[in-house]
Design a protein around this ligand. Structure first.
Ligand code: ADP
Length: 437
């Protein structure tokens, strides 16, 4: 399920960013191509202005000059004297090429169809023009595609003749430049899209990781909880079954079993509810100034009889000086001590001892529960705070579901404190909780 969500998120993330990137690139390309055409057209117009001015000043147009101008701007010149192709064209191999004749024809008709030309014609007819040089530039498109040429027709009006110079500038080179720019953009965009897709994949993966982890934990929790619930429920059901046909004396025994297992179930369900409330940040937590020494004495007094029952020595050590108040939730701290003491009593064999200590150092309190019990193997020490984790040897301990230390850890976290264990198998365990003031 998460794989599908991951892919969907990747596609969504990469798709959105890619779309924005493509739109921006297209806008940039459009503006840049437009500028390229405009710049080229302006430089063409400037060149024509220069050529027209030179032509106007020359009485005799030299072929050498024409040829120099032509090669300088990569232009093609066609010169017509009173409508008749000039010798210059012939020298350049023009008059023999029908294609070029057609091109010239088309260009002249485009020029003659223009509005500007009608004005020139009118002035020519009314004799308003004398020794004048007129020119007009226009994008010329002989085959109906995008402008293939920039063209200009220069009219040199003299007393007895009219000289027409048709200048064509092919846009092929510019178009090549534009095409290579488009290819460059396409490749850059393609690379960017691939990188974005990779980035989105890892980014969304990282976003989903905590959700997947919490989901896995939840599933493991439900599986472990169901497993733990199954045993007492099975005992209750079989005891109830046996109860039906048993003598009244034996019935009392079965009912006791049912009550005990029911009590275990209640404690298990309470622990699970505590953890679930803590996960959803709904665990009741009321901080107030707490006298930790009093809290410890009360807990000690509650556990003393239990320890004595198991022939264990329970001692308490408190600092002699008056202690500052601790800002904490007294009920939760008492629950934490209960977990630690209950474990110490359960995992310490008869004749052992348990020491409950409170110390105050550098703005924090230090609570210690030390026992002389079975200890915890090093490989288990990292895991004992996990939910439903029990070290192998303690699996038989009745009423221990492996949730106590998980709850203790949550309580310590709520108080911004720390909890750690020092232990070795057979050498007892020391649980140390530090709480900021
Ligand atoms: P449980 O309810 O099983 O005691 P906890 O979460 O309180 O669950 O403890 C997890 C495991 O840590 C226990 O099953 C036990 O193996 C180990 N443990 C906890 N406290 C002690 C201790 N004082 N001595 C030895 N082992 C302990």
């Amino acid at each position: 399920m998460f794989q599908k969500v991951h892919l969907q998120l990747t596609a969504m993330c990469a798709g959105t960013i890619t779309a924005v990137l493509i739109i921006m690139s297209l806008c940039y390309l459009y503006v840049s191509e437009k500028n390229l055409y405009e710049n080229q057209y302006h430089s063409f117009q400037n060149d024509i202005n220069t050529i027209a001015t030179s032509l106007e000043q020359q009485t005799v147009i030299s072929m050498e000059w024409l040829s120099k101008m032509e090669s300088r701007g990569n232009y093609t010149f066609y010169v017509l004297d009173n409508g008749i192709p000039f010798l210059y064209n012939r020298l350049n191999g023009f008059s023999d090429s029908p294609d070029e004749l057609i091109l010239l024809d088309k260009c002249l008709s485009a020029y003659q169809n223009s509005q500007e030309y009608s004005m020139i014609e009118l002035e020519l007819q009314t004799g308003g023009l004398y020794n004048a040089c007129l020119h007009m530039e226009f994008p010329f498109d002989p085959d109906g595609g995008r402008h293939e040429y920039y063209a200009s027709v220069i009219e040199l009006v003299r007393e007895d003749s009219t000289l027409q110079v048709v200048i064509l500038f092919p846009l092929a080179f510019l178009k090549e430049q534009i095409l290579s720019q488009r290819i460059r953009f396409f490749l850059i965009n393609l690379t960017a899209c691939l990188l974005l897709a990779l980035f989105s994949f890892f980014f969304t993966g990282r976003l989903l990781a905590p959700i997947i982890e919490s989901r896995q934990k939840q599933t493991a929790f439900v599986a472990a909880a169901s497993h733990e619930l199954r045993t007492p429920l099975a005992v209750i059901l079989s005891a109830a079954e046996c109860c039906r046909d048993a003598t009244s004396e034996r019935q009392t025994g079965f009912l006791d079993t049912i009550r005990q297992e029911g009590a275990l179930l209640t404690s298990l369900v309470n622990d699970m509810l505590t953890l679930s409330a803590s996960d959803s940040q709904r665990l009741p937590f009321h901080q107030a100034p707490v006298e930790l020494d009093t809290l410890l004495i009360n807990t000690y007094e509650a556990f003393e009889p239990l320890a004595a029952d198991k022939k264990l020595t329970l001692t308490i050590s408190l600092p002699e000086d008056a202690l500052p108040l601790c800002h904490a939730d007294a009920d939760r701290l008492s629950q934490l001590l209960q977990v630690l003491l209950s474990n110490a009593i359960s995992y310490t064999p008869e004749g052992g001892s348990i020491d409950l200590t409170l110390a105050y150092q550098k703005n924090h309190f230090c609570l210690t529960v030390a026992d002389t019990g079975i200890g915890i193997p090093p490989e288990d020490q990292k895991k004992i705070f996990d939910r439903f984790y029990r070290a192998e040897k303690s699996r038989s301990a009745k009423g221990h579901f492996g949730l106590g230390l998980s709850i203790a850890l949550e309580i310590v976290k709520l108080h911004h404190g720390t909890i750690r264990v020092d232990s070795r198998p057979g050498g007892g365990s020391v649980f140390t909780v530090t709480l900021p003031i």
